[in-house]
Design a protein around this ligand. Structure first.
Ligand code: ADP
Length: 446
């Protein structure tokens, strides 16, 4: 087992990883930017090191400083969390070359999957359905020709994409002409890689993703699905497990595909194979996320597993401790992302927390780093916590969520608590009659 783990992240996920390490008896090192000096992850770790000024490029994305911090502190492994350097193959390689175990898949698997156009090709070769689409398109002529083949509307997607960036729809040739350079520019700005490809734009699909775990010995298993159809600007807002529209037979099929996808790149660690499902039930793989995801707790609640501990065990070379047949999905879990944002404009909100109360009771889990007196800096993602509920069925989970959201209180900054309270009460959400543009349609109604 590892001697000491450095957590290359901040916020709730850093706290989540420290807790897992504590349970495993592994000492931890936190890193922090100057803006996070007083953060909970700094306080909870056994050691902490400042790695730079507030902007992420100078701190949480500064691979050189992070690796130096790991070496100085005597850590022998690095957990990247999600976001920041978590899916950066160069970072994984730098860690390895300094004898630091990167807690995640190999740099090779990451670079194959991180290129979404390449991941589509790998899926196709493994007999996994993908949305009709193209390889990387370079010129407008090429894009127009290809778009005619797959037929409008189409989606322009960044090959290096993530977080909904570099993604634009085009309903017509004219829109493609306008949006292609915009998507390429956005992709270049966000990822330093302007390559884009096209996919047929699906109307009102659901987002359903399968959690997988693979060890370094070639064993892999799937832990059921999560439904993440409630999104705003392609960013998840509320997630649940299991999905109301996935039957036992469909789950088996999706899980087999997800495991096959993982094994085709010798995937190790925790990963997510994402699918879009059309209203007629057809589903297609869209991408693989080679890291722990924000919404992992809903899977933990319905499977009883600790995914972060599993990641650490796998990275240390242990064999997967269970077989696919032993995975049992029980009950229902829902997660609400609590963001520091303006309820009207959704613009990030920063400030100091003056009041804080989270709901509690059976089946309520709060994953958050927030404390009274904390200041929310404007430099990072606006998510400040996750409220997760578990019930014996969806109805019970929804009731718990309503009650927990009503009870929770955060003051000093603007949050989306009210928005989540309205969302959970919506008839369509109650009936699980949802799709990926549901929230946007709802906001347009007003
Ligand atoms: P990212 O890597 O930026 O998160 P994804 O490929 O995972 O992008 O897609 C994010 C979301 O964008 C999906 O959950 C879905 O809502 C929407 N989306 C992606 N591809 C399509 C498509 N072909 N048709 C319709 N919506 C799509």
């Amino acid at each position: 087992m590892f001697r000491k783990i450095l957590i290359a992240n901040r916020g709730e996920i850093a706290v989540r990883i420290i807790r897992a390490c504590r349970e495993l008896g592994i000492p931890t090192v936190s890193i922090f930017s100057e803006a996070d000096r007083n953060s909970l992850h700094v306080k909870l770790a056994d050691q902490s090191i400042c790695i730079g000024p507030p902007p992420a490029v100078k701190s949480y994305l500064n691979a050189h400083n992070i690796v130096s911090a790991a070496l100085i502190s005597g850590a022998d492994a690095v957990h990247p969390g999600y976001g920041f350097l978590s899916e950066n193959p160069q970072f994984a390689e730098i860690c390895q070359s300094h004898n630091l175990t990167f807690i995640g898949p190999s740099a090779e698997a990451m670079s194959q999957l991180g290129d979404k156009a390449r991941a589509r090709e790998i899926a196709q070769k493994s007999g996994i359905p993908v949305i009709p689409g193209t390889k990387v398109v370079e010129t407008l002529e090429q894009a127009l020709k290809e778009a005619k083949k797959i037929e409008f509307p189409v989606m322009i997607k960044a090959a290096a994409g993530g977080g909904g960036k570099g993604m634009r729809t085009a309903l017509s040739a004219k829109e493609l002409e306008k949006n292609l350079p915009l998507a390429q520019g956005e992709a270049e700005a966000a990822f330093g890689d302007s390559r884009v490809y096209l996919e047929k734009y699906l109307v009102r699909p659901r987002h359903i993703e399968v959690q997988i775990l693979g060890d370094r010995l070639g064993n892999a298993a799937a832990l059921g699905e999560r439904e993440c159809s409630l999104q705003r600007k392609h960013q998840k807002v509320m997630e649940e497990a299991p999905s109301s529209v996935v039957s036992h037979a469909v789950r088996e099929k999706m899980q087999k595909m997800a495991v096959r996808m993982a094994q085709s790149v010798q995937y190790s660690g925790a990963g997510t194979v994402e699918f879009l499902m059309e209203p007629n039930g057809n589903f297609y793989m869209i991408e693989v996320n080679a890291r722990i995801q924000v919404e992992h707790p809903v899977t933990e609640m319905v499977t009883g597993m600790d995914l972060v501990k599993e990641q650490i065990l796998i990275a240390s070379g242990e064999k997967l401790g269970f077989k696919q047949e032993q995975v049992v999905i029980q009950g229902h879990a829902i997660e609400c992302r609590i963001n520091a944002e303006d309820p009207q404009t959704f613009a990030p909100s920063s400030g100091t927390i003056t009041k804080l109360h989270w709901a509690g009771g059976p089946g309520i889990r709060i994953d958050s780093h927030l404390r009274i007196g904390d200041s929310i800096p404007p430099f990072y993602d606006s998510m400040i916590g996750k409220l997760i509920v578990y019930g014996k069925n969806r109805q019970e989970a929804l009731r718990k969520l309503r009650s927990a959201l009503d009870e929770s209180e955060i003051a000093g900054i603007a949050t989306n608590l009210d928005f989540q309270r309205r969302l959970v009460r919506h008839d369509a959400v109650q009936k699980a009659d949802i799709y990926v543009t549901f929230i946007e349609d709802l906001l347009k109604e007003k």
